[in-house]
Design a protein around this ligand. Structure first.
Ligand code: SAM
Length: 304
């Protein structure tokens, strides 16, 4: 478990407003036309960047995933700009409107409810449309939940695979997990608190109960918590302890495990009755283990 000591903290919105005042807010400053992808905090208001504040203050219009949610942030920092909504259900129509505005010379900023737009949030379609049309795209980097969790997890950071949200239904979730089982990278998932326990149970069963994992909850917020253990331990813990808030799950890579003994039994049962290739394909589909690994085992059994 971890969490920053909560001592009295500066009034970040006040500091932000002072920064904008000191820089003349938007008076006389005009951004060049284009799309500005602006990261916003995932909890802690102090994680807005100076550049995010100034770009938002100078944009002609701010496209928000939810205008009410972003309205709170913009109001806190004293940013008064026209907003429009851009969410999963209207992004196609908004692409037309936003690219037209940019062609007409406007600076259009895009923010999501939290973190980096386009990462498990709307943004990809408008970015692609702008790139396809040769319109300028600028990213103002900042907070992102997956990378924040990874950096503080103690799991290997040299290679990672962001898998976003797994399917809500267990059967589809297990199929997706089987496809990720042998990825030689730290796996990163977003999850809702309600699906944390069933998700971890499926991960323990499909990825392996002994794998190290981390649940990072409420990052940068008051109840921030990072819990580390094996998938089996975490599944058991969260089956007994329901949680609130936002959650990232990280799972240590699994590519290095030795082949379990029952793989040999599964292969032996097939090798006499079908080709090596078919036997390997069947066992790989059943276990989720990479074909390459099973093929090596099949050859070892054949030559024994
Ligand atoms: N665009 C965002 C980003 O850059 O991280 C992600 C948006 S996605 C719709 C929301 C999910 O991100 C949550 O369900 C949770 O899995 C994760 N998340 C967002 N904020 C978080 C936080 N403060 N702590 C832990 N997870 C968080």
């Amino acid at each position: 478990m971890s969490g920053e000591k909560k001592v009295s903290s500066p009034d970040y919105p006040l500091l932000g407003r002072k920064v904008l005042e000191a820089s003349g807010n938007d008076a006389g400053c005009k951004l060049s036309h284009g799309l500005y992808i602006v990261a916003t905090p995932i909890g802690h208001m102090g994680d807005i960047t100076l550049r995010a504040l100034t770009v938002l203050a100078q944009a002609d219009v701010i496209a928000c995933e939810d205008t009410r949610t972003s309205g709170v942030l913009l109001h806190a920092f004293g940013i008064r700009k026209p907003t429009l909504s851009c969410h999963d259900h209207n992004e196609d129509a908004r692409v037309v409107d936003m690219t037209r505005r940019i062609r007409d010379g406007e600076a259009v900023a895009l923010i999501s409810d939290a973190g980096m737009p386009a990462i498990a949030d709307p943004g990809f379609k408008i970015v692609r449309a702008c790139r396809d049309a040769g319109l300028p795209v600028t990213v103002i980097p900042g907070a992102n939940a997956a990378l924040t969790a990874l950096a503080g997890s103690g799991l290997p950071t040299d290679r990672f695979l962001f898998a976003g949200f797994l399917p809500p239904k267990s059967a589809a979730r297990r199929t997706e997990l089987a496809a990720l089982k042998t990825a030689e990278a730290t796996l990163m998932f977003y999850e809702s608190p309600a699906r944390l326990a069933p998700g971890l149970a499926d991960m323990a069963e499909i990825l392996g109960a002994a794998r190290q994992a981390v649940v990072a909850r409420e990052l940068t917020k008051f109840y921030e918590e990072t819990r580390r253990g094996t998938l089996g331990e975490l599944a058991a813990f969260y089956a007994e302890n329901s949680v609130k808030g936002e959650v990232v799950i990280l799972v240590e890579r699994g590519g290095g495990e030795s082949v379990p003994a029952d793989i040999d039994a599964l292969l032996r049962a097939r090798l006499g009755a079908m080709s090596v290739r078919d036997a390997v394909a069947e066992v790989a589909a059943m276990t989720g283990i990479a074909k390459k690994q099973i093929y090596a085992r099949a050859l070892a059994l054949e030559s024994a």
